[in-house]
Design a protein around this ligand. Structure first.
Ligand SMILES: [Zn+2]
Length: 296
């Protein structure tokens, strides 16, 4: 599933081709893409409008038109956005869900094998703020993402740190890949309750999230299955993962074999030595001298 670095890669590729152009037509071929809105309603809202900016928020890609009309797209599991010339826009392209026709003859194609990807049109800046206000937390590549801010978000929370990182309403844009890579960099076990992290660990985690996302952007994302750049190329971070999908391979730091476990319902990769498992909480009787010794 495309995460922040993958969407940022597509955003940076599309922006110079789309900004300043006029959208001739938005054709929705699969009504599920924009449900419950009828496809014609989206098309009417954006037809003939000038594209002012292409941007990213979390894992969402935004096409901002004149008069504060915004097309918000999410790639979900298998969505891709391809930029093609008119002559390359063959009919019968598999999994084509929506097509954006630019006034210079280029097309942006939303292809999506599993059909979880979405497109929505928002009218006015307040609608955009409402939409993301309820869906997305702090942007990890913004100046707001400080150790202090992260600490405030984690305070008194019992969720395991990996589950916390995957919650888009807390930190926007981090998914399974970058959560694993960041926790390894910060030497934190994914099942550690996030509220128990010490101040220094929170600061390390903040830096590790930023470094992992930036490594992803430098590699132009990771392609595990379907993710493609706007020109159809693949990302390369999968060749440079530190721990993600490297079960049995040596830890790049200490050489111990990487292990796979489940955290937040997802396959999760850790170095058992660099990321020690959290100890079980002590029951109230543990202090009593008569308590039997417990196996940890
Ligand atoms: Zn290690």
């Amino acid at each position: 599933m495309p995460e922040l670095p993958e969407v940022e890669t597509v955003c940076r590729q599309l922006a110079p081709h789309m900004q300043g152009r006029v959208l001739r037509e938005l054709e929705v071929l699969d009504p599920r893409w924009c449900q419950p809105a009828p496809p014609g309603e989206l098309a009417d809202a954006v037809r003939g409008r000038r594209i002012e900016r292409v941007a990213r928020r979390g894992k969402y890609l935004l096409v901002e038109f004149a008069d504060d009309v915004t097309l918000v797209m999410h790639l979900r599991m298998t969505g891709t956005l391809l930029l093609v010339a008119e002559r390359e826009d063959r009919s019968g392209r598999p999994h084509l869900r929506a097509r954006l026709e630019l006034d210079d003859g280029h097309r942006v194609l939303f292809c999506d094998q599993r059909r979880f990807g979405t497109g929505e049109v928002l009218l006015g800046t307040a609608a955009v703020e409402d939409y993301f206000g309820s869906r997305l937390g702090i942007e990890p590549l913004s100046p707001d993402f400080t150790a202090e801010a992260l600490r405030a978000l984690t305070r008194d929370r019992r969720a395991p740190v990996k589950a916390f990182l995957l919650t888009q309403e807390r930190v926007a844009g981090v998914g399974n890949i970058y959560a694993d890579e960041a926790l390894f960099r910060a030497r934190i076990h994914p099942l550690r309750p996030v509220g128990t992290l010490r101040r220094g660990q929170i600061a390390a985690l903040r830096d590790a999230v930023v470094e992992s996302l930036e490594a992803g952007i430098d590699a132009r994302g990771a392609t595990i299955e379907d993710f493609r750049h706007a020109d159809g190329a693949r990302g390369s971070l999968q060749d440079r993962f530190l721990v993600h999908r490297r079960e049995g391979e040596p830890c790049p730091r200490c050489g111990s074999p990487i292990r796979k476990l489940r955290a937040a319902g997802r396959g999760t990769y850790v170095c058992p030595r660099c990321q020690p498992r959290p100890r079980a909480p002590r029951p109230p009787t543990a202090r009593s001298v008569s308590a039997p010794p417990r196996k940890m």
